[in-house]
Design a protein around this ligand. Structure first.
Ligand SMILES: *[C@@H]1O[C@H](CO)[C@@H](O)[C@H](O)[C@H]1NC(C)=O
Ligand SMILES: *[C@@H]1O[C@H](CO)[C@@H](O)[C@H](O)[C@H]1NC(C)=O
Ligand SMILES: *[C@@H]1O[C@H](CO)[C@@H](O)[C@H](O)[C@H]1NC(C)=O
Ligand SMILES: *[C@@H]1O[C@H](CO)[C@@H](O)[C@H](O)[C@H]1NC(C)=O
Ligand SMILES: CC(=O)N[C@H]1CO[C@H](CO)[C@@H](O)[C@@H]1O
Length: 349
């Protein structure tokens, strides 16, 4: 039986590489290998589960080794697709550690003690079908070499990464989520530009002093809060035709650093500019729904920032406007503000 299963697995391997999210799971389910079928045990017996881990017979392609005080990666049977190694004390990932694990789709390594030096240059080289890699809360100072190009979701936040080089993420055509927040980046150069599938980029809580550019064109969410950015280049947000959420709270933005109409872009749903040094309410699109401007130095309530024309047919779609923690009081609000801010549910001054 071992031979038969091995044959089945090796015949399938080419299908696994860079395939759709769940093609492998679907295959096993359609073949009756899951959930109590007599075949589940046979697939599971391809190789033994290490003592320190759990490999549920109901889900034989997953191996759970999380939260067990491990200091090294246990041997991984080659049929495993979902590997949970988070919340351990793993200190190194030598080239050989994952060399058998060629079918991995998810690799969870967050909350360990990996350093950049302790990860082998070829540690990830055999993982040709890996789609999710979680490395957050480790001790990385740079991005590991030779990451699989199939990645869709790469999380490396809460490390001490100082630099992203162009080669680190090059060719990751399917990467949609990239978490790099809570690191020590002072710039990213042009290293992210080619990530054409990227929709969510989180660079908050770093050491950026300028808006990073160039960035991928199809971002939906761009998070830059908790940096030290004092200005935004003219036309910056117009570069992203799909951008819906832009967060830049806790930076050093001033009126001078923000050209007129910077934020007046039509697709935006949420704009967070709280905890900056703005003195005026910037012009925003009438389509914006959530605007956070608390804890700035705004002295004047300018209806024209929301509606350039105020009449019965032209109005703002804003639902939430926060202006508390500024130099405004209720008397500063014009009495006819309701013509423009017709849909507001929450206006905080
Ligand atoms: C990889 O598989 C080979 C053959 O099954 C085995 O001898 C070796 O110990 C495995 N290595 C690891 C790191 O799991
Ligand atoms: C990782 O960082 C933590 C917190 O900064 C530290 O306590 C630990 O010793 C570091 N581990 C390694 C292996 O460098
Ligand atoms: C991206 O995904 C497509 C479709 O799933 C696949 O054909 C392609 O090989 C993947 N690209 C990379 C670089 O993995
Ligand atoms: C926003 O831009 C549009 C044109 O794209 C313009 O008609 C409108 O007046 C601007 N809004 C504000 C508040 O300046
Ligand atoms: C600035 C703006 O949106 N103006 C519009 C106000 O409403 C009239 C009538 O619907 C439009 O013609 C204007 O373009």
């Amino acid at each position: 039986m071992r031979l038969v299963i091995f044959f089945l697995l090796s015949a399938l391997i080419p299908l696994v590489l860079c395939h759709g999210w769940n093609s492998w799971t679907n295959y096993w389910q359609s073949q009756g290998y899951f959930y109590g079928s007599q075949y589940a045990d046979r697939a599971y017996s391809v190789s033994a589960c290490p003592d320190e881990c759990d490999c549920p017979s109901s889900f034989p392609v997953a191996m759970y080794c999380d939260g067990r005080g491990l200091t090294a990666v246990p041997p991984i049977p080659s049929h495993i697709k979902y590997l949970y190694l988070q919340h351990n004390a793993i200190k190194s990932l030598p080239d050989s550690a994952l060399s058998n694990a060629t079918n991995l789709v998810w690799l969870m390594l967050h909350f360990n003690q990996l350093t950049s030096e302790s990860i082998g240059k070829k540690a990830f080289l055999k993982l040709g079908g890996l789609e999710r890699l979680y490395l957050q809360y480790n001790n990385l100072t740079s991005i590991p070499s030779n990451l699989p190009l199939c990645l869709r979701d790469l999380r490396m936040d809460n490390n001490m990464i100082e630099k992203v080089s162009p080669a680190d993420l090059e060719g990751m055509d399917n990467l949609t989520i990239l978490y790099l927040h809570d690191n020590a980046l002072s710039e990213v150069g042009s290293s992210l530009k080619g990530l054409n599938s990227l929709t969510l980029l989180d660079l908050s809580s770093n050491k950026l002093t300028k808006v990073p550019a160039p960035l991928p064109a199809y971002l939906h969410q761009l998070y830059l809060e908790y940096n030290a950015i004092d200005s935004i280049p003219e036309g910056f947000l117009s570069l992203f035709s799909q951008l819906q959420y832009f967060r830049m709270s806790h930076n050093l933005l001033t009126d001078k650093g923000v050209p007129a109409n910077t934020f007046n872009v039509s697709g935006l749903v949420e704009l967070d500019l709280s905890f900056n040094k703005l003195e005026r309410i910037p012009s925003v699109s009438t389509m914006l729904q959530y605007l956070y401007l608390q804890a700035n130095q705004i002295k004047e309530f300018t209806v024209g920032s929301f509606c350039s024309v105020v009449d019965v047919t032209n109005f703002s779609r804003l639902l939430v406007v926060r202006l508390d923690g500024n130099e405004l009081s209720l008397v500063d609000i014009p009495t006819d503000v309701g013509h423009c801010l017709r849909q507001v549910l929450d206006l905080e001054i």
